[in-house]
Ligand binder design. Sequence first.
Ligand code: 5GP
Ligand code: SF4
Ligand code: MG
Length: 466
Amino acid sequence: CGIFGVIGVQDAASFVALGLHALQHRGQEAGGIVTHDPEQGFNSARRFGYVRDNFTSQSVMETLPGPLGIGHVRYSTAGSKGQTQIRDVQPFFGEFAMGGAAIAHNGNITNANALRRELIERGSIFQSSSDSECIIHLMARSLQRTIPERMEDALRRVEGAFSVVAMTRTKLIGVRDPLGVRPLVLGKVGDGWILSSETCALDIIGAEFIREIEPGEMVVITAEDGVQSHFPFRPQPSKFCIFEHVYFSRPDSILGGRSVYETREAIGRELAKESPVEADLVCPVPDSGTPAAIGFSLESGIPYAMGIIRNQYMGRTFIEPTEQIRNMGVRLKLNVNRALIRGKRVILVDDSVVRGTTSRKIKDMILDAGAKEVHFRIASPPTAWPCFYGVDTPEREKLLAATMSEDEMRTHLGVDSLKFISLNGLYRAVGETNGRDNACPQYCDACFSGEYPVRPSDMIEKGFSL
Ligand code: 5GP
Ligand code: SF4
Ligand code: MG
């Protein structure tokens, strides 16, 4: 998901809408905005579909007045399978003794089922099926005096991955979990302050990138006093999601001081060094494989070509929640550039193999178009484990790499060769020159290594075994 907040500007809602539009790649199912205005109080609008289709019309935007607002773009992850209901669309809003608060959450709470059970037993009435709603109820039950204190209290009980943007009548609040699994950055625009999942959403509104919110940090921002920083959690070694670098973030964002694009290009270079192959063309599977394919081409000297053309009007296929839509998705979205491919030995570069459905169909299309050989190079190690921290991967059994060796996957996909970047190669590409520190990995890489930095207790309760 993508989250965004702003304080201290005129017409916060239009900033939030633009910010969410820039974060649309992080979630396309639905979006919501909450604003506060001193005269009109809190207002919210939550809708299915794209930001551009919902938060551009005057009739919606004029219902969201005020200098302070937050927003969320959603895609559903583990625990919330099936059709999204409007009640699950964030931001969530709660009314407390000291006034209301709204929150938007990116990540996944790994002890949400246990918390929900406990809260319901003690009388909480849940409105949604979302794990994120627990935070509101924990805040409501807290005995602390101020809303930021109640939020600290609530988040100390929550396990898993969370980047949160919240607002009261006068404050904008941002928090990252102690491991800092999901991103969150601070920006400044005029006299106003911004919180955003990624820096690309600062660029769109002409805001200046100040810094990342640190793992375990809570910032409380007011229009008068600016940013105050707290560290409410026990410090722990950080575990930023390495897959944000590979796929999830936009290539024009900056993560951990590094351009995502440059990292992806470096991944492609690493791949070319680790798994070279003689061929005529390097083609990306657009758009997620593009920077890595450029890196592969630069390193290998094999010409880069757009052998597959993407229809720009389709969203990211994997974000569609059902298998049936996903299956159709590949053809609706990608087409082979036949004239280029005929008679050629083609290297296809993609970011990841999950179920393997995309890769299989692309291979069929490429062979159909008369390619002589097809070689797959993948910009991440085999995805053998599900993510429980906010990226939508299927159950373990549906992950190709969970049940097959690399060679079996190659046969299953029907390609001439298939190679994944090594875990160490990936770490080098994100800037860890000595590779992965196996005693204490510098990132979360659980979907590749099976080493989960936070125990996925809800899933273990449901029968998942590590
Ligand atoms: P597959 O067809 O192998 O299931 O999906 C792989 C494609 O889905 C890749 O091209 C990639 O762009 C996209 N994808 C990337 N990350 C994820 C993820 O975490 N989950 C899923 N389901 N698909 C992803
Ligand atoms: Fe990121 Fe993978 Fe960890 Fe999930 S399991 S947070 S996708 S690295
Ligand atoms: Mg892709």
